[in-house]
Ligand binder design. Structure first.
Ligand code: DGL
Length: 271
């Protein structure tokens, strides 16, 4: 039987999923999180579907050993193939793509939505499928932005070079007249101010983390799995597949508290 006091598993290829973990901590401050960042194998966006599936299955297997009560796939690239590894989990699991699509459809007025993400995400076409399911009249314009994940992992969040790269990627989308842009990679909210300054106020930026956290809340409530609050602040755990030190610095700056430490694990052993 799953315990409601158990933690929620959250994973990504690296730092990006921390933007989702941050939102979960904001909306569900009583929940404990076990975070896994696959820092040795980032980026996922340029890898084949088969590889992303294998990595995701290994991570789910690892999270099972931490006895999580639910899993949030805090990576759009892995969320794009979620239905093909759902069977690996024995607890409820949600991704970020469906909530992102839902928010965008409810936000657009002119029915022109842009999606930026990794090559894997864009090639999968999942945002187009989910958006069309919700509203067939919405036009979707996609752009893969493969250089952005390495720039974020490098810590160049507020940098002229990053701004130039972003500019090149989004110019075409601006010309299409989009009024809504889905940040379809969980690394991208760390570049939010750059997007905002290049796109202006007239384009709504969608961070799928917000609706994903709401969905997690509904899911936990409907399964009677919401944590019963005690008076202690929840003790989160962080795991990575490469150098924990660098991760600890970045994670502490994204989450705005000192995460303490992170443990390196051999994720390949969880096949
Ligand atoms: N942050 C991830 C995503 O949302 C993956 C980025 C990558 O590893 O390429 O797609």
């Amino acid at each position: 039987m799953i315990s409601r006091q158990a933690p929620v598993g959250v994973f990504d290829s690296g730092l990006g999923g921390l933007t989702v973990a941050r939102e979960i901590m904001r909306q569900l401050p009583g929940e404990r999180i076990v975070y896994f960042g696959d820092t040795a194998r980032v980026p996922y966006g340029s890898k084949s579907r088969q590889t992303v599936l294998r990595y995701s299955r290994q991570i789910v297997n690892f999270l099972k050993t931490r006895e999580v009560k639910a899993i949030v796939v805090a990576c759009n690239t892995a969320s794009a193939v979620l239905e093909d590894f759902r069977d690996a989990a024995d607890v409820p699991m949600i991704g970020v793509v469906k909530p992102g699509a839902f928010t965008a459809v409810h936000s657009t007025s002119n029915k022109k939505v842009g999606v930026i993400g990794t090559e894997g995400l864009v090639n999968s076409g999942v945002y187009i499928d989910y958006i069309r399911e919700l509203d067939p009249e919405v036009e979707v314009f996609q752009k893969a932005c493969p250089l952005l994940v390495p720039l974020v992992e490098e810590g160049w969040w507020h940098d002229d070079i990053t701004s130039e790269v972003v500019q090149r990627y989004i110019n075409g989308l601006k010309d299409q007249g989009i009024d809504t842009l889905i940040m379809g990679c969980t690394h991208y909210p760390l570049l939010r101010s750059t997007f905002r300054s290049l796109l202006g106020e007239e384009v709504t930026l969608i961070n799928p983390a917000y609706e994903t956290s709401r969905e997690l809340m509904r899911l936990l409530e409907s399964h009677n799995l919401s944590r019963i609050p005690d008076n202690l602040p929840p003790k989160h755990e962080f795991y990575v597949s490469d150098d924990p030190e660098r991760f600890v610095d970045f994670a502490s700056s994204v989450l705005k508290f000192d995460i303490g430490d992170a443990e390196k694990i051999l994720i390949e052993n969880y096949d």
